[in-house]
Design a protein around this ligand. Structure first.
Ligand code: PEP
Ligand code: MN
Length: 328
């Protein structure tokens, strides 16, 4: 249940009442109160104390499209969601200044605004490249500033989240970190925009419930990202759940991005998959791109090169235009 306190109702009164009628969870966000509990008729008890009482049947409350219309969020001066559709390009890992400069130059030339690249990699094996760490973050920040670009970069765990908060414009929380509550909390409290990826073994309901943790912490600068789930299929790296993405577009009020790179796992299919997601209404794309993909130190098989990326940008603009949207 989400309600707004009447002017004459104090937080303390509302809290007491919520407890009396079986509210197990009570949280105030300004004059707004969120209550959940065992009573099936919570709303009936609150009409005198609250206005705009909205009883939602699931734990996806603040993220629900029943609660509010689709949110547009801001990353600095750039709007995200509704008619503006970010196409975020960049390598899986930050490897060198030369690599990031080439990427930034390309992105700027395409009239785009965001660059991706990570310095803390949550690798599947301890034997591979783990990322450049803080040095990598300083490097991408410097290059992005030279070109006036926004940085999306991944936090692996609470040991590195402060570096991401300091140097990135959007904090990416990956598929494996989606359940790290301390990380979610720290990222949420920074009030920076967050790009939250769906766990590869997570249902849409569970994904939205995790999003609630961030929203409840008072940070509504949240972007959701579908990046593929684990199924029996092995020809693609993961299975992009486009149906799930469309469910979120209909039922949640948050921007929903798609990462076709980790879902496909092979560069020859990444742009096609991304374009399909855009046609389905995705609010943005997160795509791995490398100046020399074959030599990439992580995810070499799935990173697209500059010529593939130019085609992707060109076609993305055409698809976005069908719905009166604009690639940024
Ligand atoms: C990434 O974006 O490079 C990444 C590790 O993504 P995911 O968390 O979706 O695997
Ligand atoms: Mn990657």
């Amino acid at each position: 249940l989400i309600g707004t306190l009447h002017d004459e109702t104090s937080d303390a009164q509302a809290h007491k009442l919520a407890l009396e009628i079986g509210g197990q969870f009570i949280k105030f966000l300004g004059r707004r109160v969120i209550v959940s509990g065992s009573s099936s008729h919570l709303a009936g008890h609150f009409e005198e104390e609250f206005s705009d009482v909205l009883e939602l049947p699931s734990d996806a409350q603040l993220s629900s499209s029943d609660f509010m219309d689709k949110r547009q969020i801001k990353v600095g001066e750039i709007h995200v969601g509704l008619e503006t559709v970010p196409l975020i390009l960049g390598p899986c890992s930050i490897e060198s200044e030369g690599q990031i400069r080439q990427v930034a130059e390309f992105v700027k030339h395409q009239d785009l605004n965001f660059i991706r690249g990570s310095a803390f990699k949550p690798r599947t094996t301890p034997y591979g490249f783990q990322g450049l760490g803080v040095e990598g973050m300083q490097l991408i920040r410097k290059v992005a500033d030279d070109y006036g670009l926004k940085v999306v970069s991944e936090t692996r765990d609470t040991r590195d989240v402060d570096s991401i908060i300091e140097y990135a414009d959007v904090i990416q929380i990956g598929t494996k970190a989606m359940y790290d509550y301390a990380l979610l909390d720290r990222a949420a409290k920074s009030m920076k925009p967050i790009l939250l990826k769906r766990g590869f073994g997570t249902t849409i309901q569970e994904f939205l419930q995790i999003a609630e943790f961030v929203l409840l912490a008072g940070n509504s600068n949240l972007i959701l990202c579908e990046r593929g789930i684990r199924t029996f299929e092995s020809k693609s790296r993961f299975t992009l759940d486009l149906a799930g993405a469309i469910y979120v577009l209909h039922h949640a009020n948050l921007p929903l991005f798609v990462d076709p790179s980790h879902a496909m796992g092979h560069r020859w299919g990444v742009s096609q998959l991304g374009l399909g997601a855009l046609a389905a209404g995705a609010d943005g794309l997160l795509v791995e791109m490398h100046p020399d993909p074959e030599s990439a130190r992580t995810d070499a098989a799935q990173q697209i090169d500059f010529s593939m990326a130019s085609e992707l940008v060109r076609k993305s603009r055409l698809i976005a235009e069908i719905d009166g949207r604009k690639i940024v």
